[in-house]
Ligand binder design. Structure first.
Ligand code: GDP
Ligand code: MG
Length: 380
């Protein structure tokens, strides 16, 4: 067994690690189509919690289509200038949009349009033949969600009629009725008629696994359903690190007050904090890991768990202070799940800060996940 160079937390370059992570997240390309005033910007504001077209720099990619991207944003947004319904410009718009999307689909995976949100203002009370033709064409090129917006302006019959007009255009599950009107959003009963959450879930599922994380990071998740989706999808991030911890054969295992984290685990922790949008600067993240996570893992590992783990794994040799890949994987898994759960709780209930939650909950969660973890369980 090769011994790794001992990991020195103090000289760990968190900033470099963050830059590397940022560069690695693959960004889904999302195209927002629809008439001027249909509610495109309002949709973006609501789903992402901010107007990404103001935060990011916009570049025209065709006459009427702008691309919005930024190092700080994990999706790329394409907003189209739209057209006045019924104007001559509508056909030109349709040609421009379909031309752009079809061209993009001939390029590499990173440049393709992964998702189209086609916005129709429900209060216009019609789906134009041009809309129908364009949606059909787009749907042959990529995944298209049709958003019926401003539904606070229509009644049930009008909404049903609109859905009827879309029946032969897209599958029913790709039609979403939404509104940003406060009287609907703030009333639990009325809110249940809005498809915001279904839109996000559906959109995430349309994407390749490698692109889902980027979208989930940008989602303005408030509701329990969204936060649970985010928690569940983090498992994929964690398993990536578990796999690399498993290949990093022998890991020096320090005892007692020493540091029980490997670079892989620190990077995973930072990655998860980022994924959850934990608002903390880089130094603060590092301090958090150093002051709350590391000591708790050290304590937990030096207790019974470590003894149990070692009983199950002859490869874990206390005398040599070395653990084998299987144990390393198990520890990585438990750290990942514990951080994920803490971040989830923090998002659910903001009355406690992330520091407080790490202090109060991380240790017991880590122990719980160590006991439950699939790696250690399989062998015992
Ligand atoms: N009542 C109502 N008005 C909305 C809703 N969404 C957008 N609007 C209004 O419709 C207008 C156009 O919206 P905007 O998002 O700018 O559309 P865009 O031109 O497609 O980007 C604005 O005055 C919005 O305030 C909604 O759900 N309900
Ligand atoms: Mg707009």
């Amino acid at each position: 067994m090769d011994k790794q160079t001992p990991f020195n937390f103090d000289t760990y370059d968190l900033k470099e690690e963050l830059d590397r992570l940022r560069g690695k997240v693959k960004k889904p390309n999302i195209f927002i189509a629809g008439a001027t005033g249909s509610g495109k910007s309002s949709v973006v504001n609501h789903v992402f919690g901010r107007d990404l077209t103001k935060v990011a720099a916009g570049e025209p990619v065709t006459r009427g289509i702008h691309q919005f991207m930024s190092d700080e944003i994990s999706i790329v947004l394409y907003d189209s200038e739209g057209y006045e319904i019924g104007s001559d410009r509508q056909q030109a718009y349709a040609d421009e949009v379909i031309g752009f999307v079809e061209r993009a689909q001939t390029k590499g995976a990173a440049e393709q349009i992964h998702l189209v949100w086609y916005v129709i203002n429900a209060s216009m009370k019609r789906v134009t033949p041009l809309d129908r033709a364009l949606i059909k064409q787009l749907n042959e090129a990529t995944s298209v969600a049709v958003l019926l917006t401003q539904i606070d302006q229509v009644d049930v019959d009008e909404l049903t009629a609109l859905r009827q007009e879309l029946m032969d255009v897209v599958p029913e599950e790709a039609v979403f009725q939404v509104s940003v009107a406060a009287e609907l959003l703030n009333d639990p009963e009325l809110r249940a008629h809005l498809d915001w959450e279904r839109l996000v879930t559906w959109s995430v599922e349309q994407l390749d696994h490698s692109l889902q994380e980027g979208l989930l990071m940008e989602i303005h998740a408030e509701s329990e359903a969204m936060l649970k989706l985010k928690r569940k999808k983090a498992n994929r991030i964690i398993s990536g690190y578990v796999a690399s911890a498993g290949t990093a054969a022998a890991v020096p295992l320090p005892f007692a007050d020493a540091i029980a984290l490997t670079p892989i685990q620190v990077t995973m922790s930072v990655h998860l904090f980022r994924y959850w949008g934990v608002k903390a600067n880089d130094d603060m993240l590092k301090t958090l890991i150093g002051s709350t996570i590391i000591p708790q893992i050290g304590r937990a590992l030096s207790k019974t768990i470590l003894l149990n783990v070692m009983k199950f794994f002859p490869g874990a040799n206390a005398a040599a202070s070395v653990i084998n890949a299987t144990v390393a994987s198990g520890i990585t898994w438990a750290i990942g799940l514990a951080i994920n759960e803490v971040a989830y709780r923090n998002a659910m209930d903001s009355s406690k800060t992330i520091e407080q939650l790490l202090d109060s909950d991380f240790g017991s969660l880590f122990e719980k996940f160590m006991e439950q973890n699939p790696v250690t369980k399989k062998k015992s």
